[in-house]
Write a protein that binds this ligand. Structure first.
Ligand code: ADP
Ligand code: MG
Ligand code: MG
Length: 914
């Protein structure tokens, strides 16, 4: 029979699967010889067996009793002993911490008889009754499901009756009365009395922990975070130590470094005469570690020493829970601590300097998401600010604008040049135009997967959601904060999408120091510790990464910026904008002509214009590869709107004005109208339907290259044909391009290397990549369209309508447009790459969808063996960092040095309770 219960003495931190995170770390601290109250862990195996069968596995409680007996012997006290009772805590702890799991129950073992014994033995009736009332309250709420407010209300009533403010001002008699009140509440609400038998308490709590694995909140969290549903949780049973034994006791939390800035030196909060979560619950003001030193020099020195030992043992910043009982220090929890983006970079490089970790390991400890956060502009921390509320950081950035309460007002004020913050209780698809117009979005309801959050992230709009203390009254066009401050329509607000903070008035915005450094306006030496840390880790990433990074840029200014951010080429230069503005008229003519001669006239006019555009971009990139995509969108996008045009024609007809051209245009618009433009006449289909169009573009590109080369520069154009689904399409276009190249070579008398490739953005293209590679020098995965066509999702439609539903229901963990869907779209990328290279081993393969700048997706592309990723200029540093991490992490895993390190970015350190 497998052992289902392990003493802390026998486990270790490598056993998170079996003992859960909390249990494994308690065992590790015990192994290190730290002062940990003894206890044992019931394994996840036991939980899984319970979940599978619906009943506690045979022998589990016998095993628990055996371990309990040893514990009793060790500490010389017995559970339920009326003279000197042993008390324990029951603490859930899965491999990944998650919300919705049962909260810890402290002081298990107390009853009417033993509370008196505890009072006598400790000489403190107040302490004994305080512990008892905590037990009834916690047990009632978490195990018996009693409404927590009923207990809180009773405590408030007791304090009011006595005319005191703090919990510590209630004396033993008050607490005795509270216990009686609490027990009545339990009986009434749960329909049964609070159990007096300590073993029944213990067993009830253990089973309640098992059951909490399947609570709605936990199940939903797991679906969203893609945590397997069958891991189960461990349960820790631990001897109680008491921070609530009077003024020489207390409980605290600490970090081995500052989790906000990363600065070295311990950092913590301590609350005297307090137990459990009191210290973080804000019941009274807490003390700093320095103040703890004055109060308890001995335990303080010991704590600092332990913090140093934990750091060097875990080789990272740790967070800690501790308790002081009558001047004696006890350790109750530790793990690698959560930190801000700033702190992550700083701690990682500091640990390198301290000789604790290698530079490669440091790179693995920061993430592209953290770098992205550091690149957003932020509010001036030194400015006067009035905090109105804190909600959830749904979409990063710092936005300032007038509060407006409906989308119509948002659109009209924004059109008048006044930035607005759209404030709603929550948003719906009807708010889309207001969200587009707003500088930022603030809601009082909904979480990070609410409509507002999902759509704002999709658009890159700053958003704070779920600021629940705000009472939003859309009809009265105002909101009220928890302290009664009223903000009316037109009042200025500042919202911080990276922290979730909402401020009154205009808070000055500062550009990110990291961006200023990338831009070259600050030197690394002058940027302070965070810039220095980023600089250093970027170098490590660049040194290691296998993939190169290009940018998506359509003009010379973006191209230049992309180079400053480290782009090594352009992976996607769109040509649509070259058909807009004054040139739109040429497109109209192109569509209206019937003869090849007239068409050629239009091409002859377009050619020099396009050539000039390409000369600029090729010059800016100076010999680095520039991938130009031939015209992609349906032509009607360049024509007037159908309704507008119909009206114009009708008015002209009615008033007898000439309208011959308008009428022809109207016919063309009607002819080109499509039910599903995304799946219609676009991409390579346009090139085939309008002979000469792609040839003209290719000529413009190649002649531009000739011009640049002729001036003594270097040019490396790559001509990319969009939306190919069959090799025959590419062949047809390729022969036109090759002919154009020949002409350009003859005309300019220069040697030109030209490469022709295709975007892989249709499932059929990926599935027939082996054949397509016969006609392609390179592939570039257009993962936006590939996602749309693989899922059958029209991005603009689905993100603003049902996506938030899908996420709330856990059907999608993250939008497949943000992070590549590995199993579907990602698999097509892999198939396309492998089969393309089978035909042509030197096939260059990249990706140019927005996924190229998404951290998780970059790792996937590295795994698929892509040569480069391309993304918007602003994301280039993120992609460089992630490409470096991908290599380093893969190599470390390959070397079998996959020592488990639950650093930031891994689920355990993710959101969830502490
Ligand atoms: P969470 O996972 O929510 O942090 P914990 O199991 O850490 O829950 O427990 C909640 C609080 O109770 C923490 O402050 C913890 O330090 C405290 N606590 C847990 N077990 C004991 C114990 N045996 N003695 C004293 N305090 C304890
Ligand atoms: Mg496309
Ligand atoms: Mg804890």
């Amino acid at each position: 029979m497998t052992q289902l219960v392990h003493d802390f003495e026998t486990g270790g931190m490598e056993q998170k699967d079996l003992l859960g995170g909390k249990g494994a770390n308690l065992a590790e601290m015990t192994r290190l010889g730290l002062p940990v109250p003894p206890g044992f862990t019931i394994t996840t195996d036991a939980c899984r067996a319970y979940l599978a069968t619906g009943s506690v596995p045979d022998g589990l409680f016998a095993e628990v009793d055996a371990h309990l007996a040893r514990l009793e012997e060790r500490v010389g006290r017995r559970l339920g002993d009326p003279d000197d009772p042993l008390l324990v805590s029951v603490r859930s702890g899965a491999k990944f911490s998650m919300p919705g799991m049962m909260e810890t129950v402290l002081d298990i073992g107390l009853g009417d008889a033993s509370v008196e014994g505890l009072a006598r033995h400790t000489g403190s009736p107040r302490f004994a009754w305080d512990s008892y009332r905590r037990l009834v309250q916690m047990y009632g709420r978490t195990v018996l499901g009693v409404e927590g407010d009923r207990f809180e209300d009773a405590i408030e009533a007791a304090k009011r009756a006595k005319g005191v403010a703090a919990d510590v001002d209630l004396d033993a008699d008050d607490l005795r009365n509270l216990v009686a009140g609490f027990r009545a509440v339990v009986e009434e609400d749960a329909g049964r009395p609070f159990p007096q038998d300590p073993r029944e308490q213990l067993r009830g709590a253990v089973v309640a922990v098992f059951d909490s694995w399947n609570s709605d909140r936990a199940a939903l969290y797991r679906r969203r975070e893609r945590i397997p549903a069958d891991l189960g949780t461990a349960v820790n049973v631990q001897v109680m130590v008491f921070g609530n034994r009077g003024p020489d006791s207390g409980s605290g939390v600490a970090f081995t470094r500052d989790p906000a800035t990363g600065a070295a030196g311990g950092y913590g909060d301590y609350l005297a005469d307090a137990q459990g979560e009191d210290v973080v619950a804000g019941v009274r003001n807490t003390l700093s570690l320095d103040e703890l030193e004055r109060l308890h020099p001995g335990p303080h020195a010991e704590l600092l020493d332990i913090m140093r030992r934990l750091e060097s043992h875990y080789r990272d910043m740790c967070d800690i829970e501790f308790t002081v009982e009558q001047g004696r220090l006890w350790m109750l929890q530790t793990r690698v601590g959560k930190r801000t983006a700033e702190a992550a970079f700083r701690i990682a490089t500091d640990l390198v300097d301290e000789g604790v970790i290698s530079e490669e390991e440091a790179l693995g400890r920061v993430t592209g998401d953290q770098l992205a956060q550091l690149m957003f502009p932020h509010f001036d921390l030194h400015a006067d600010r009035t905090l109105l509320a804190t909600g959830m950081s749904a979409s990063p950035g710092a936005a300032v604008g007038e509060a407006v309460f409906d989308s119509g007002t948002a659109v009209s004020r924004a059109a008048a040049g006044r930035p607005v913050i759209l404030v709603r209780r929550e948003t719906t698809p009807d708010d889309l135009h207001g969200m587009v117009a707003a500088a930022g979005i603030l809601t009082s309801r909904g979480g990070k997967t609410s409509h507002a959050a999902v759509v704002a992230r999709g658009m890159g709009r700053t958003c704070v959601c779920g600021a629940e203390t705000l009472e939003v009254d859309v009809r009265a066009r105002r909101f009220t904060t928890h302290d009664g401050t009223v903000i009316e329509e037109g009042d200025v607000l500042s919202i911080d999408g990276s922290t979730g903070e909402v401020f009154a008035g205009e808070v000055p915005v500062r550009p990110s120091p990291i961006v200023r450094w990338f831009e070259g306006t600050t030197a690394a030496e002058d940027g302070g510790p965070v810039v220095a840390a980023v600089d250093r880790l970027m170098r490590v990433a660049d040194r290691h990464r296998r993939m190169s990074v290009r940018a998506n840029a359509d003009n010379a200014a973006d191209a230049a910026r992309a180079r400053r951010f480290g782009a090594e080429g352009i992976g996607l230069c769109r040509t649509e904008h070259m058909f807009l503005g004054e040139r739109r008229e040429l497109v109209e003519r192109l569509i209206l002509t019937d003869t090849p001669e007239e068409r050629q006239e239009v091409f002859d006019e377009l050619l020099p214009l396009q050539r000039a555009d390409f000369v600029e971009i090729l010059t800016a990139m100076d010999g680095l590869p520039v991938t130009v995509r031939l015209l992609d969108p349906p032509l009607h996008e360049f024509l007037p709107d159908l309704t507008d045009l119909s009206v114009r024609v009708a008015v002209a007809e009615a008033t007898g004005q000439p309208h011959d051209k308008e009428s022809r245009l109207l016919l063309a618009v009607q002819r080109l109208h499509e039910q599903n433009p995304m799946l219609g006449l676009r991409g390579v289909r346009l090139g085939i339907a309008i002979p000469g169009l792609f040839q003209m573009q290719a000529r413009a590109i190649l002649e531009a290259a000739a011009v640049v080369t002729g001036r003594g520069g270097a040019a490396l154009p790559q001509i990319m044909v969009p939306l190919v689904g069959a090799v025959e399409e590419l062949r047809a276009i390729r022969s036109e391009i090759d002919a154009a190249a020949h002409e350009a070579r003859v005309a300019h008398g220069v040697h030109l290397d030209h490469r022709v490739g295709t975007m892989i953005e249709l499932p059929r293209a990926a599935l027939t990549a082996g054949a397509i590679a016969e006609a392609a020098d390179f592939f570039s995965f257009g993962t936006n369209d590939l996602t749309q066509t693989t899922w059958g999702f029209s991005r603009d439609d689905v993100e603003s309508s049902f996506f938030s539903r899908y996420m709330e229901a856990g059907i999608l963990g993250v939008s497949p447009f943000e992070t590549i869907d590995r199993d579907g779209v990602g698999r097509l990328v892999r198939i396309g790459t492998e089969e393309g290279r089978r035909t042509r081993p030197d096939l260059e393969v990249g990706v140019c969808g927005e996924h190229g700048g998404d951290p998780e997706s970059v790792c996937w592309f590295d795994e698929c063996g892509l040569d480069y990723v391309s993304c918007s200029p602003f994301r280039v540093p993120v992609a460089r960092l992630e490409a470096g991490r991908a290599t380093v992490l893969r190599e470390r895993a390959g070397r079998g040095r996959g020592r488990t390190h639950d650093g930031p970015g891994l689920p355990e350190a993710g959101p969830g309770p502490s």
